[in-house]
Design a protein around this ligand. Sequence first.
Ligand code: F6P
Length: 499
Amino acid sequence: MTNPSWGPIAGHDLQPLARLFADDPERLSRLSLTLGGMYFDWSKTPLDEALLGKFEALAEARNFTAAREALFTGGIVNPSEGRPAAHVAERGSGDTEANALAATGHARMRALVDAIEAEAFGDVTGVLHIGIGGSALGPDLVIDALGRDGARYDVRILSNIDGQAFEDAVAGLDPATTIIAAVSKTFTTIETLTNLSAALGWLVEAGVEDPFGRVIAITAAPDMAVEYGIDQTRILPFGEGVGGRYSLWSTVGFSIALALGWPAFEELLEGAAEIDRHFRFSAPRANAPLMAAFADLTATHVLGCQTRATFAYDERLRLLPSYLQQLEMESNGKSVTADGAPVSGMTAPVTWGGVGTDAQHAVFQLLHQGKVTVPVEFVTCIEQEDGLDDTHHRQLLLNAFAQGAALMTGKASDDGARAYPGNRPSSTILLDRLDPRTLGALLAFYEHRTFANAVLLGINPFDQYGVELGKQMAKAIDDPAERAKFDPSTRALIERAGL
Ligand code: F6P
């Protein structure tokens, strides 16, 4: 693969944001987009015409168009694992064969949802969804965001191996009327298997007959689930090409479909499919994920930012930052190119964030006056859904917009402690409303932005070897012979903890 130089971009002479607005009356319309019930505004980032041109040249040098086409046509976009990435097929946007496989998975899933609704499993009131990482974060976010108006089942998401998490998750659930959804792509993940075993024990203790009969396994490794003791009829498979952090659209979304109903799950997929079409067919400057990636790379490669923060000014999206952390950092937190050569310059920055307005009273001090520049993304929603008068919602939105303005404008003062440097970049995503379709669109936008960043960086976003060493060592540390090989500090910790 060619390795284009970042020189022209890294050396770009950035103008202050205020000057960029003053010099170009069309700036806002050039750097904003309306799409899929969302309005994107990158005008408060330092992107300018010349820089956009350089990014377009970089995209060309990286064969962006071909890479994007490969994503939608089953090309090997995950070379280290020799696989395509099949998440787009889960919304019907992949190649014919992958779309058909995904549709088969969805049909099985729907049949099981229908069966549960028809009480084939008796009275069901709760769902204990056990999974971790991509097998939990997406469903957790979607159910938390959209299930507030009374989800149809009490869905609890259990991920951590900490027994406290197990106790919290089952508190108030009736074992006799709870279905266990064990979600693991590999069906080998220690946290998930340990929690599944505890859940089976919880059912046994409560006198539930046939505890295994209450378990639905959702996995890309059905043989492993069968070996575990789950009957074939209660296994919902999904394709090996669906990466964990991209998997909520597949049968991994089983708990979403149960909580919100099948029509809502379909709407989620349709919203994502709309963004698939947009990403695949739009020209660079009209392409939301690509424009967002240009803004991201301006922050990392021109401004030298090491972190990026997303603040959801909507309580329903409070889990968005955690979801984005896995999506972006597990995808693009790499140091080598797709060919295995060292990457020069930054790859993924640290993704963090929180909820507005809470964050304003905690971390915004640093954003306004700290010595590091953190590009901020505001995500908020025009339509109010809480049942109060509009006082809260109005203030919520006005605060989000005021923060972006304050970061950019700053304020001069002779008193350094009261001076705000300003010229700090931010972008905004304004949703018309938060419904399944728009949330599907938003999450697909984030997926494609992550992919666009990866292509421009020349890295593979679909593997995650970085997590393997820790897993291996967590196993070895439990073996007395292996343990002796650990460093003195670690051995002392084990000894002190009495392990
Ligand atoms: O450890 C990282 C990881 O492999 C993630 O990529 C994945 O989402 C998570 O663990 C869970 O894996 P599984 O679905 O196989 O249990």
